[in-house]
Design a protein around this ligand. Sequence first.
Ligand code: B12
Length: 212
Amino acid sequence: MTSFEIFEKLKKAVIDYDEKEAIETATKIVEQKMDIIAAIETLGEGMLEIAKKYENSEIFLPELLLSSDTMYTALNILEPHIKIIKKYIKKRIVIGTIEGDVHDIGKNILKTMLTAAGFDIIDLGRDVPIDKFVSEVEKQGADAVAMSTLMTATMVNMERVASMLYEKGLAPRVKIAVGGAPVSGEFADDVGAHIYATNAMDAVELFKRLLR
Ligand code: B12
């Protein structure tokens, strides 16, 4: 079986919420020393496909949650085997899903990829209060903050964090990154964010460029 076929199998396992297949395939990827980052990207692609099915009412909430669980099962198998590049380790990024939002799949994929790139990541989790984002940036002496949201209603909370970071004089030294499906480049510009990307791969490249 080619690498492509194995990755497709992993994606299909997420889409079909087939946990057994996901465990077997992720384990095979680790054992055969395949590209772990590419495999994690595949998991994200699987979630995006399942998102489409959910939006077209082809599947419903229980199936969506099962897919999400399957994705995390595979991610947990793959994550410990990521090779970390030490080059960028001295830059610290505080990451989280913004207040009011519990969607964390995209945030966790980004976190994993940033960790793999060698950044020092402080993960605040999901539904992170505005004040906590700001206080943790200060407390941790972070070089950047990465905020994720999947809901339009909570985008305003990202704007609040950004404003507070500027008011406290932390930004623009502290770089602000925003992302998640409803976020646009225009929104990012409006709130004074320095990094915006539609996927984790591109986001990592921007972080590398900006935090050099
Ligand atoms: C999975 C899912 C859920 C799961 C979440 C599980 C989890 N642990 O995350 C569950 C079932 C729990 C859920 C709950 C809800 N959901 Co929901 N959910 C989704 C769904 C189907 C997929 C999201 C996803 O995981 N995508 C896959 C990941 C890989 O993509 P991603 O997050 O976009 O991340 C990528 C990029 O955006 C980028 N990125 C992400 N973050 C960041 C950050 C930075 C800084 C950067 C640079 C880049 C970046 O990199 C990632 C990887 O490449 C979406 C539909 C959709 N089309 O998105 C709805 C969706 C987001 N949900 C929605 C809603 C309304 C809800 C609920 C309110 C439903 C309810 N009535 O209870 C609740 C949320 C409650 C709350 N307070 O948060 C709406 C939001 C509508 C809106 N625009 O406001 C959507 C769009 C569905 C819809 N069309 O109605 N949901």
